[in-house]
Each structure stands twice: as structure tokens, then as C-alpha cells.
Design a protein around this ligand. Structure first.
Ligand SMILES: C[S@@+](CC[C@H](N)C(=O)[O-])C[C@H]1O[C@@H](n2cnc3c(N)ncnc32)[C@H](O)[C@@H]1O
Length: 306
């Protein structure tokens, strides 16, 4: 029986926990409280998931999403945040689901993914995904105004001495792709194929976690996939917990957490955020983090969810 809070049990210690579990069952049984949740579910577009049927009747799918939003809401601290990622065509469902489950809408983030658009026959090609940011109650308990050091554009004469604030259009984070521009970040099988086609970029999670939490806060990912949220949260000294249904993904997450790959290191993005006023507070300097990393515990929790 899963009856005590992981965060409660791990008081004063940073924790990073991945559970091989159905998120809904876990949420119904656990007493954990989160300050931030990143919700990146299967999009119900007939993708090939080993442990999940991705072609549910539409109304059933959105009822499920709304139930998850409500359960997460019940586990969220006052002012805590949710970032719900979806396809642009589902924006109405997303906003409705969040509203019905009690969340207060803050922003609709447009993630323009820097990759080529998906071509369409009779309408404009698709070039972005949405991320709805909402909070429990009107005011966020934490909102860090990040400033980024954007490169000089050809239309501008002088570089900005203090960078610019991050807005609701995120066009500076590249989606992980296959092919020539794939880079090293995507996890791959021995035959070179991607382990998980929906793996989120570490930079995306770094931005979300830095915007809506402080060091020591708790971050939850119900659909952990390859564990990107945990990998990033751990480096930023946040307590993290994720649930993942698929055994192979779960094993991959354990491996990814056990030895940090060079390509998973978020320190390469720190300079980009250098104009953020409270950067040292929300993103401890790398030397301090390395010193404390050994205090971290990765552990799996036996979970009886019936
Ligand atoms: C879109 S992917 C998430 C990708 C993730 N953001 C990453 O960076 O890898 C959704 C994941 O949810 C998992 N999943 C599907 N149904 C689930 C459930 N009921 N509980 C927990 N995980 C589930 C799938 O196996 C899949 O890995």
C-alpha cells in the first residue's frame, strides 16, 4: 500500500524518484504534494506505445485528461503550477480541462520548435505546439522572471546589454529530431533508432522548472517517458518524482539517472540565462551542485497500486 508521502519521508534530503506505475492509480493513493507538474501525455494520435492505447474515443481521452488534471490539482501546493503540453488543435480541450479541474489559466505558451514545419495540403504547415501554464489559485507561489541573452538579429544594430525577458513565445528551444540535426541528446537503441520519439529537450524542462520553482521544491511528471523532467530537476536541486507505465522506458530512466550523460548536462544553458536577476538563487552555481549531488538518492519505491 502506498500510504506515506515520498517527500515527507525524505524530508531535508533531495530526492529523485521514478515509479513504474500508472499515474492515475498513483495519484489516487499517494499523499505527495507538488509545487510544479509537467504534463506531457500521449496525444491520442495513434502512436505506437507499448503499454498504452493511443487511439481512444476522443471524449474518453479528454475525460481522462481532465481527471488527471484534477488529481494533480488536489496534490498541488497553493499557488503551485502545471504546464500542460499538447497539440495546437487541442487548445480548447486543454483550457476547458484545466478550468473544469480548478486551475487558473496564466499563459498559453507557443513552443515554436525550430524544426521544419509539418506540411499540410490545404492549410498552413504546423510549426508549434502549445503549453498551457496554469496555477492553483490566482497568484503563482513562485514565478521567476527569466532573462535570456538572445543573439543580435540582422534587423538590430546593437546587442542588448541585459538580454530580454522570456515571453510566451518560445522559439529558441529545439525539438529533438531524427536525422542530420538530431544531436546527441536523444536516447538511442543499439541499432541507432530513437528509444522514445516523444523525448522532450532538457532545455524545455530547464525553462519550465526555473520559471516556476525554487531550489528544494517538488516537481512531478505523471507521464515521465524517458525521464527528462527528473534528469533536469535533479541537476537544479529540485525534488522530483515521475510515474511511467512502460517497463522499457522505466528501465531507461533508471539508467539515465544513474549516470549523467554529457548531452544531458544543463550547465551549457546557464550562460544563456545570465541576465536573470536571481539566477544564483534558483540555479545554484555548478560547483555547489556537484558538491551536493552525492547527497541525492535515486530510488525506486515498491508500489502496490492493486
Ligand atoms: C509523450 S510521452 C512523455 C515524454 C517525456 N516528456 C520525455 O521527455 O520523455 C508519454 C509517456 O507516458 C507514458 N504513459 C502512458 N500512459 C501512462 C499512464 N497511465 N501512466 C504513466 N505513464 C503513462 C507512455 O509510456 C509514454 O512514455
Amino acid at each position: 500500500m502506498f500510504d506515506t508521502s515520498i517527500f515527507e519521508r525524505s524530508r531535508n534530503r533531495m530526492h529523485c524518484n521514478i515509479l513504474e506505475a500508472n499515474c492515475e492509480k498513483y495519484l489516487k493513493k499517494s499523499k505527495d504534494v507538488f509545487d510544479l507538474t509537467f504534463l506531457d501525455p500521449p496525444f491520442n494520435q495513434g502512436k505506437d506505445y507499448a503499454s498504452h492505447f493511443d487511439e481512444m474515443p476522443e471524449s474518453e481521452y479528454w475525460k481522462w485528461m481532465t481527471r488527471i488534471c484534477k488529481l494533480v490539482y488536489d496534490h498541488t501546493s497553493d499557488g503551485g503550477a502545471i504546464y500542460f503540453m499538447q497539440r495546437e488543435k487541442n487548445v480548447e480541450h486543454v483550457l476547458e480541462g484545466l478550468r473544469k479541474s480548478g486551475w487558473t489559466f496564466q499563459n498559453l505558451i507557443i513552443w515554436k520548435k525550430k524544426t521544419s514545419a509539418v506540411p499540410c495540403e490545404n492549410k498552413f504547415g504546423l510549426h508549434f505546439q502549445i503549453i498551457a501554464f496554469a496555477t492553483k489559485g490566482k497568484s503563482p507561489r513562485v514565478f521567476n522572471k527569466l532573462r535570456i541573452d538572445i543573439p543580435l538579429l540582422v534587423t538590430e544594430k546593437y546587442p542588448r546589454p541585459n538580454g530580454v525577458y522570456v515571453t510566451d513565445v518560445w522559439d529558441d528551444i529545439r525539438e529533438l529530431t531524427s536525422g542530420y540535426f538530431a544531436g546527441d541528446e536523444a536516447l538511442r537503441l543499439k541499432n541507432g533508432e530513437r528509444l522514445h520519439k516523444q523525448q522532450s529537450p532538457i532545455h524545455l524542462l530547464a525553462r519550465i522548472i526555473l520559471s516556476s520553482t525554487k531550489v528544494g521544491d517538488s516537481v512531478f511528471d505523471p507521464f515521465a517517458g524517458t525521464g527528462t523532467t527528473l534528469v533536469v530537476g535533479k541537476q537544479l536541486e529540485r525534488n522530483t518524482i515521475g510515474t511511467e507505465l512502460d517497463s522499457a522506458n522505466y528501465q531507461a530512466i533508471l539508467g539515465r539517472l544513474a549516470g549523467l550523460r554529457e548531452s544531458d548536462r544543463i550547465t551549457k544553458y546557464r550562460k544563456y540565462y545570465v541576465f536573470t536577476e536571481n539566477l544564483n538563487e534558483i540555479w545554484p552555481a555548478p560547483e555547489a551542485i556537484i558538491r551536493r549531488l552525492h547527497d541525492y538518492q535515486e530510488q525506486t519505491q515498491p508500489l502496490d497500486v492493486g
